[in-house]
Design a protein. Structure first.
Ligand code: GLC
Ligand code: CA
Length: 581
């Protein structure tokens, strides 16, 4: 028995159901496909799956607009298929967590349809309805100046009852009124529904957005979202000061709409619900460590998003991130690291430099699997899938991108300019179908079927599962090896993080220290060979990576190749004071 919970030692893998595996060949991923891919996931060596929303939904925000919290989207299958998927995963020792969207429902959810039908409908108070204001010329104005995070006013006028409803995201995603106890009851019932079926926990969508200022006071930002985006687009990536100033504007703009302290009482309540089920966990889509509560009364995990908010992963950046993050966690809280998901560019494209993409992809994985904390991987990362932007407007599926396009046209950028911006910002680019084989549509669906998003043509150049599984030198095999290695090494899963050589610009060097075992990790992020002096750390017991390097070598002059990765179990031979700093 380990002293650690399963979710502390597990490696998670995010499945985007629409894009992962298409069982019935209609161009849309589904449970039949996912069931067929379970052996694949087991081979790869992951321990748990986070499933993005699989519920019935009009798909205006790709499933993050839920119209039935206890169902399965018909295009993905039936509840029976879901159960078979869950049983199949569990039979292979793979845990499954679902995506729970608490902040809002779809505007097609029966609760909202009832709510908007009349002012005295029993569901009226399940959402946030307000009267508008009358402008100086008698015109109708929204209740306040709040904006939606996905562009435009946060208020949508509804002529049926002559009031406005609030939406933090799209207007098709009305916010629930969490101050209404009936809403809590109904949502906790949905949570219990899935826990009763045996799921292992939830990823909580957009937790920071659940409550807004009860007095609906105006925001005080001088800049609106469109201006902030425009300024961001022209600010040079290296201009940290300008970017931080813009982020500050962004925070001011949404200060009355996100991260209200009330949300923590709600998370404590949800934690009690989840704790009724042994071994279940919650991970929040937030980087705010306040969501850990006291370390054991709110969320089990909160993503370390600051780690991925950089153009380049450099040793100084990672060290600073770890120092700040690990130093701030409440006692007992467990870190959680990730470099990519369905809302952010592909790891390959994001952290590559166009020349050493393969090497940098390997370093990214080695980093995320050796830092202290639970790693979350994103489907397709293991074969080096790249961003694949749409070719034209008709290929856009991300409504956010379409809104950005409309906004840009309104601002006079012209069709071409607007398309350029929307193409840059669309999340479609990182949600394209999994590339299974060197076959039409990458083997995702039959040749004559158009997949829901276009497939990247690089499937024909080795970026596909089948080719890489059969190639000992592939990125896929590297992922498999690293996942195995982590499984074999307790220190990598649970050890404390201790930085070494804190001033090295090119090499990230650290120890992971468990009571029974120490592991040395060296990641050279540069194209230079480095010789490192690490003999005061101890002596090498076993080299874990690169494999085949069995000789015990001299840590006094450890040669690390360009972009090299070196991981070894070491025996310490000195006191804390003598360790290299
Ligand atoms: C989260 C999801 C994102 C979605 C948004 C609104 O940020 O990750 O994909 O659009 O919430 O639900
Ligand atoms: Ca399908």
């Amino acid at each position: 028995m380990s002293d650690y919970a399963w979710w502390q030692e597990a490696v998670f893998y995010q499945i985007y159901p629409r894009s992962f595996a298409d069982g019935n060949g209609d161009g849309i991923g589904d449970f039949e496909g996912m069931i067929g891919a379970l052996d694949y996931l087991q081979d790869l060596g992951i321990d748990a799956v986070w499933l993005s929303p699989h519920y019935p939904s009009p798909q205006v925000d790709c499933g993050y607009d839920v119209s039935d919290y206890t169902g399965v989207a018909p295009e993905y299958g039936t509840l029976g298929d879901f159960k078979a998927f869950l049983a199949g995963a569990h039979a292979r020792g793979i845990r499954v967590i679902l995506d729970m969207v608490l902040n809002h429902t779809s505007d097609q959810h029966p609760w909202f349809l009832a709510s908007r039908s009349s002012r005295d409908n029993p569901f009226r108070n399940w959402y946030v309805w307000r009267d508008g204001r009358i402008g100086p010329h008698g015109e109708r104005l929204p209740p306040n100046n709040w904006e939606a995070a996905f562009t435009g006013s946060a208020w949508e006028y509804d002529p049926v009852t002559d009031q406005y409803y609030y939406h933090y995201f799209l207007k098709e995603q009305p916010d629930l009124n969490w101050r209404n106890p009936q809403v809590r009851q109904a949502m906790w019932d949905a949570v219990r529904f899935w826990l009763d079926l045996g799921v292992d926990g939830f990823r909580l969508d957009a937790v920071g957005t659940i409550f807004e200022d009860p007095d609906f006071r105006d925001h005080e930002s001088e800049m609106g979202l469109a201006e902030i985006w425009q300024a961001m687009a022209v600010a040079p990536p290296g201009d940290v000061v300008a970017r931080e100033a813009l982020q500050e504007c962004w925070r001011k703009l949404f200060a009355r709409q996100v991260d209200l302290p009330e949300v923590h009482d709600l998370m404590k309540e949800l934690r009690c619900v989840v704790d009724e089920y042994p071994d279940c966990m919650l991970v929040g889509e937030s980087d705010d460590i306040a969501f850990y509560g006291n370390g054991s009364d709110e969320l089990h995990l909160v993503f370390n998003f600051p780690l991925m908010r950089t153009e380049r992963l450099t040793p100084p950046f990672v060290r600073a991130n770890q120092a700040e993050r690990l130093g701030a966690l409440p006692p007992g809280a467990w870190p959680c690291n990730t470099l990519g998901n369905h809302d952010s560019p592909r790891v390959w494209s994001h952290f590559g430099d166009g020349v050493h993409d393969r090497e940098l992809a390997q370093l990214s994985l080695a980093l995320i699997l050796t830092l202290k904390g639970t790693p979350f991987l994103y489907y397709g990362e293991e074969i080096g899938m790249e961003n694949r932007p749409p070719d034209d407007l008709s290929q856009f599926r991300d409504t956010l991108a379409l809104r950005i396009y409309d906004l840009a046209v309104e601002r006079g950028l012209g069709d071409a300019g607007a398309f350029h911006i929307a193409r840059q910002m669309t999340r479609d680019s990182y949600r394209t179908p999994m590339q299974w084989r060197n076959a039409p549509n990458a083997g995702f669906c039959p040749a004559e079927i158009a997949p829901w998003l276009p497939v990247h043509s690089n499937y024909a150049r080795g970026v596909n599962v089948e080719d890489q599984m059969g190639d000992a030198g592939s990125l896929w095999r590297f992922y498999q090896e690293m996942l195995r290695l982590r499984k074999q090494c307790r220190a990598l899963r649970t050890g404390e993080y201790e930085p070494l050589l804190p001033d090295h610009e090119d090499c990230l060097v650290f120890l992971r220290t468990a009571p029974s075992e120490q592991c040395l990790v060296v990641l050279n992020f540069s194209d230079q060979t480095h010789v490192l002096q690490l003999d005061s750390v101890g002596t090498v017991q076993r080299v874990l990576y690169p494999s085949g390097l069995h000789t015990s070598h001299d840590l006094g002059a450890l040669e690390v190749a360009p972009f090299g990765i070196y991981i070894a179990q070491v025996a310490r031979n000195c006191s804390d004071e003598e360790r290299p700093k």
